[in-house]
Design a protein around this ligand. Structure first.
Ligand SMILES: Cc1cc2nc3c(=O)[nH]c(=O)nc-3n(C[C@H](O)[C@H](O)[C@H](O)COP(=O)(O)OP(=O)(O)OC[C@H]3O[C@@H](n4cnc5c(N)ncnc54)[C@H](O)[C@@H]3O)c2cc1C
Length: 306
């Protein structure tokens, strides 16, 4: 994990910085690198262009931590519409959602209930809904809600496991036991040592252990990373174990390592690109900036040059 994550996230959440970036982020091109656009039209156009390059997508209408039940319901309605729209456009219907956008801060029942119409819509079009994993305060609840939903919609829903969390080996086993699809990531939030490994080496070693377990026994795992060493490890392991490239997929974020996305596709691997869009892009954007010093410096230069 990157040592600057905590300070970068703290600065990004300060009022003047957030205000400036929210006002100028798109116009200065800061945000466009990581966010497809502010509306569904631009996201669909981005997804089509990615599909034309032989890759698939998952669309994420950005937003998290809504404060009212009405906002949470509106988000659910909007997600069901995205799934049908993807199907109409000839795109594989696949979305990523956050339970705090569906009302998790107001109660587990509300978030779970708001997931039901989304999963029904996914079922109707043969689509898939990935429940993104948020900060560690939500992990246990997210796993429990995923399990309850998976009982009803075993082919339509899966979640994300973060290798930086100490608990993740157990969660991976729970998902394998019920044959639920897992996306494996390192983890993007600032977490305390009590729950998460702090060193890069530990996070990466955990990633390899969980990845091998998922490739051996999991259902169509998603290896979501831009890390060249981990991608090499996945390729070597699947070759050694003779795991065919249609039994799993790689995933990367929109705007990150496009060259590698194309190279893996050309080499015959499945690649899904996570395409975020919408007006609520600020928290997502700050996490991408915090991942990489070069990104933070770029934003800082833009701020200084006014
Ligand atoms: C499809 C997908 C879905 C995700 N969903 C979740 C989720 O639900 N919950 C969650 O906590 N996290 C999620 N993440 C984020 C993840 O946890 C990591 O924070 C992120 O992927 C960076 O880690 P990395 O594995 O790419 O390795 P790193 O070691 O961080 O990066 C390896 C290399 O990738 C490149 N790179 C990585 N990030 C960036 C960037 N922002 N800008 C430019 N270059 C970069 C750099 O070249 C870097 O050296 C997701 C990531 C992906 C790809």
């Amino acid at each position: 994990m990157h040592v600057l994550r905590r300070p970068v996230l703290a600065i990004a959440h300060s009022r003047p910085v957030a205000g400036f970036i929210c006002r100028n982020g798109f116009s200065k091109g800061l945000v466009r690198r990581f966010v497809a656009g502010e509306d569904l039209e631009t996201a669909v156009a981005a997804a089509k262009s990615i599909a034309a390059q032989g890759m698939t997508t998952t669309l994420d209408q950005l937003g998290e931590n809504v404060a009212t039940a009405a906002e949470a319901r509106a988000a659910a309605t909007s997600y069901t519409a995205i799934l049908s729209r993807m199907a109409e456009e000839g795109l594989e219907p696949n979305i990523s959602v956050k339970l705090t956008m569906l009302g998790l801060d107001l109660g587990d029942d509300l978030a779970r209930e708001n997931m039901l119409p989304i999963l029904e819509a996914a079922h109707a079009v043969g689509g898939f809904v990935r429940i993104d994993m948020e900060g560690s305060a939500y992990t246990a609840r997210t796993i429990a809600i995923t399990e309850a939903l998976h009982d009803r919609y075993p082919d339509q829903v899966g979640t994300v496991i973060q290798s930086y969390l100490r608990r993740s080996a157990e969660d991976v086993e729970r998902m394998i036991a019920r044959s639920a699809r897992v996306r494996l990531v390192k983890g993007a939030y600032a977490e305390p040592a009590a729950v998460a490994y702090q060193g890069r080496r530990d996070v990466d070693a955990a990633y390899v252990r969980l990845m091998e377990r998922l490739l051996d026994a999991g259902r169509y795992p998603a290896i979501a990373t831009h890390d060249p060493a981990l991608i090499r490890a996945a390729r070597a392991y699947t070759q050694r174990q003779e795991i065919a490239p249609d039994r799993y997929e790689f995933q990367m974020l929109y705007g990150v390592r496009r060259d590698e996305q194309a190279a893996l596709t050309a080499a015959g691997y499945r690649m899904r690109v996570y395409v975020p869009y919408g007006t609520q892009w600020y928290p997502y954007f700050t996490r991408r900036i915090a991942e990489r010093p070069a990104n933070a410096l770029f934003v800082l230069r833009q701020l200084v040059s006014g």
